[in-house]
Design a protein around this ligand. Structure first.
Ligand code: GLP
Length: 238
């Protein structure tokens, strides 16, 4: 794994946005895997400000979505992506894919989401955040490394960590659809963004811990093209 050390959140976001811009400019029909959460917000802001990079031929697949939230619910990841990126760049709607957590048949939704990724020849560049418990997407500790898109029950610690986006912790959904570890690992290249003190222990375990399903992100050590961009607070003494 390659590590890029950034001074702070802004610099981490700028570096990530520059990498994404370069990739899009090199391969205008790139398929991107996108993440939500607090970490990539500023990366998306930088991408939105850039008028030189065209999203006209870009296809995107998001990692995950809460079950039971409609795409218009402000806490859904559909809403988040529209707000932070899709409404601000020239990406055609039909090239945007997110799991539908409001689908009637959720198992079928998982199957067809995975199928759609395959039909697009997989993900060229996957952007990832890192959960404090080592989750990637919503793959919680203990998830098999072999899983593709599936339904997950969120850990109490994840519900707590994400409650800051909701009016109350009771409103945080208990389940989500997420691309699995196997889906993520098929990406040709992976970019992991890590910012802030709260991620220091997780980053240390990712970089120096053993590969273990109890720490989902650890599998990234076996992928041949992973870059971590971490800021000083996340790096601490690592
Ligand atoms: C969330 C999301 C992940 C995200 C991670 C970290 O629960 N499902 O995709 O990467 O947890 O979130 P944050 O960036 O807000 O710390």
């Amino acid at each position: 794994m390659k590590i890029i050390r950034a001074k702070d959140y802004q610099e981490m976001s700028k570096i990530a946005a520059n990498i994404l811009q370069d990739k899009i400019n090199e391969h205008p029909a790139i398929t991107l895997g996108l993440a939500t959460g607090g970490t990539p917000e500023q990366t998306y802001a930088y991408l939105s400000e850039d008028t030189q990079t065209s999203f006209e031929h870009v296809t995107t697949f998001n990692l995950d979505e809460y079950i039971g939230l409609s795409p218009t619910n402000p806490n859904s990841y559909h809403y988040y992506m529209n707000k932070h990126l899709f409404s601000k760049v020239n990406i055609p709607t039909e090239q945007i894919f997110l799991p539908n957590g409001f689908a009637e048949d959720l198992l079928e939704e998982c199957r067809s989401y995975e199928q759609k990724i395959k039909q697009h020849n997989g993900i060229d560049l996957q952007l990832l955040g890192l959960g404090q418990n080592g989750h990637i997407g919503f793959n919680e500790p203990g998830t098999s490394f072999e899983r593709h898109t599936h339904i997950v029950s969120l850990e109490p610690s994840t519900i707590e960590a994400n409650a800051r986006f909701f009016d109350s912790i009771e409103e945080v959904p208990k389940q989500a659809i997420t691309m699995g570890i196997a889906s993520i690992m098929k990406s040709k290249e992976i970019l992991v963004l890590v910012s802030g003190k709260a991620k220091n222990a997780a980053l240390e375990q990712l970089m120096h811990g053993k590969i273990d399903e109890q720490f989902p992100a650890s599998i990234l050590n076996t992928h041949e093209n992973v870059t971590i961009i971490a800021d000083e607070e996340a790096l601490g003494n690592i």
